[in-house]
Write a protein that binds this ligand. Structure first.
Ligand SMILES: Cc1cc2nc3c(=O)[nH]c(=O)nc-3n(C[C@H](O)[C@H](O)[C@H](O)COP(=O)(O)OP(=O)(O)OC[C@H]3O[C@@H](n4cnc5c(N)ncnc54)[C@H](O)[C@@H]3O)c2cc1C
Length: 441
């Protein structure tokens, strides 16, 4: 039987998949490629998340692609602006013409005899399963489940009479003006939601089991703005990008090599924007070292300002039970709420749940070794794209895509039909792909 054949199949049309499409068509222009995207839109994360205030943590000069400058004044940008940027990139370079929307890749089986992958792809529009083949498979599927966020079982949740919301499925019509809101969590999502909701809510309480590090940063990059006034856009972008890469690297190295100094500086940053009597050590001084988990960012100290102005507060405690009107804590304190938001994180998912097989044998990605952060040991003609977790995602995602292009060109020059990393698993020491201690990782 003959199926439609592609040189390369990219899975996913998020930030990474669109970047991969650009690299492929510019560096390997002869390759026929398609992008299968399960959703009806481009953008992945930036299309899925619609909660109030959704924004980047990273600056956009590094989160944006190196090949398409970020031109807006805000360096820490809101979700819709990032989504717009990804969509415009897809459109400007004609990458969108290669996307098949509502096509979820279900399985990929490598045949050594045919020297290609056979894919089963479910068309969400009509429910049909289509098959196609490709020589090289590139997974740009992100790292978490789209259908459900991580939500612990809260005791007594069934008693709560108000609205219960997860940020991953934000109800479009949720009216929180004048309402009492409790946001459970202390990660990036909670730190974003609390100041955003506190602008109109009666009061927002951030309920955390334990504190996170929060770094206050200006939302506008003054140096980048200056560069944009005097230099051509692409030169300004390149310089701002390198400046921010080096600053990010500096902060990360400081946190890893002088954690006590970093801890003191982060504490001082918080203290500067909070009232004198505020219990900083209770609410903003974590047990873990800086960068053992992702640092959260408060643009223009927004979280600290909403606390100082009495619009928001932080409670560090454990949930005893949900009640009809809110949450009772283990300390005995009651938090009254009309709305409870469970900003408790994501459910990790490897390779977009695509079932990989080689000659009929299923592959367990968790039992393989990773080569250069891009390929899996013994899996032929396959790569995946994971960004940095301690810097902007795109910096590494783009390295992955340029690596794939170099590999494909090398194979063509040498007339190789297959490539796969081979390792002697017994001689290697296993370590995790993501070096973070966050609960969800
Ligand atoms: C709220 C939030 C804020 C964030 N902020 C930052 C930040 O400031 N800086 C930063 O560096 N990172 C941030 N991240 C991480 C963020 O996910 C990355 O920046 C980036 O968007 C990941 O892009 P991606 O294309 O790799 O994955 P995604 O955005 O997850 O896109 C993956 C795409 O693949 C599709 N897909 C998955 N499986 C399949 C399949 N089997 N078949 C077909 N299609 C499939 C999905 O539908 C999706 O469209 C944030 C994440 C979240 C959730």
């Amino acid at each position: 039987m003959s199926f439609e054949n592609f040189d390369v199949v990219i899975i996913g049309a998020g930030l990474s998949g669109i970047g991969a499409g650009y690299r492929l068509q510019t560096r390997c222009p002869g390759k026929r490629y398609v992008i299968f995207e399960a959703r009806p839109e481009v953008g992945g994360t930036w299309d899925l998340f619609r909660f109030p205030g959704v924004r980047s943590d990273s600056d956009m000069f590094t989160l944006a692609y190196p090949f398409r400058p970020w031109k807006e004044a805000k360096a820490i940008a809101d979700g819709p602006a990032i989504l717009n940027y990804v969509r415009e990139t897809a459109h400007e370079f004609g990458i969108d013409r290669h996307i098949r929307f509502q096509h979820r890749v279900h399985s990929a089986s490598w045949s050594s005899e045919d020297v290609r992958w056979l894919l089963e792809v479910k068309n969400g529009a009509n429910g049909e399963t289509v098959q196609c083949t490709c020589n090289f498979l590139y997974g740009c599927t992100g790292y978490y489940r789209y259908d459900a966020g991580y939500e612990p079982t809260f005791p007594g949740a069934e008693h709560f009479r108000g609205q219960f919301v997860h940020p991953q499925h934000w109800p479009e019509d949720l009216d929180y003006a004048g309402k009492r809101v409790v946001v459970i969590g202390s990660g990036a999502t909670a730190v974003t939601l609390v100041p955003a909701m506190s602008r109109t809510a009666a009061h927002v309480t951030m309920l955390q089991r334990s504190p996170s590090y929060i770094l206050s940063l200006p939302s506008q990059d003054a140096i980048a703005s200056l560069l944009h006034r005097f230099l051509p856009v692409s030169a300004a972008h390149r310089i701002a990008r390198w400046k921010n890469i080096l600053i990010g690297l500096g902060i990360y190295q400081l946190c890893r090599h002088a954690p006590r100094v970093a801890r003191r500086l982060l504490r001082q940053g918080a203290a500067k924007s909070l009232p004198h009597s505020y219990e900083i050590d209770k609410h903003f001084n974590p047990r873990y070292q800086p960068w053992d988990q992702r640092l959260c960012v408060a643009p223009d100290s927004d979280l600290f300002r909403s606390i100082s102005e009495g619009r928001a507060s932080v409670v560090t405690d454990q949930i005893d039970t949900f009640t009809e009107h809110g949450i009772r804590l283990q300390s005995g304190l009651q938090l009254e709420a009309d709305i409870i938001v469970s900003a408790t994180g994501l459910q990790m998912l490897a390779l977009g749940a695509v079932h990989l097989k080689i000659d009929g044998e299923p592959i367990d990605p968790g039992s393989t070794f990773v080569y250069k952060g891009v390929m899996l040991s013994n899996v032929p003609n396959f790569a995946f794209c994971v960004g940095y977790v301690n810097a902007s995602w795109t910096l590494r995602a783009d390295l992955a895509s340029t690596f794939v292009c170099r590999l494909l060109n090398h194979m063509d020059r040498q007339r190789y039909r297959t490539c796969r990393p081979v390792c002697d698993a017994a001689s290697l020491k296993a370590k995790p792909l993501l070096n973070l201690t966050s609960g969800y990782v």
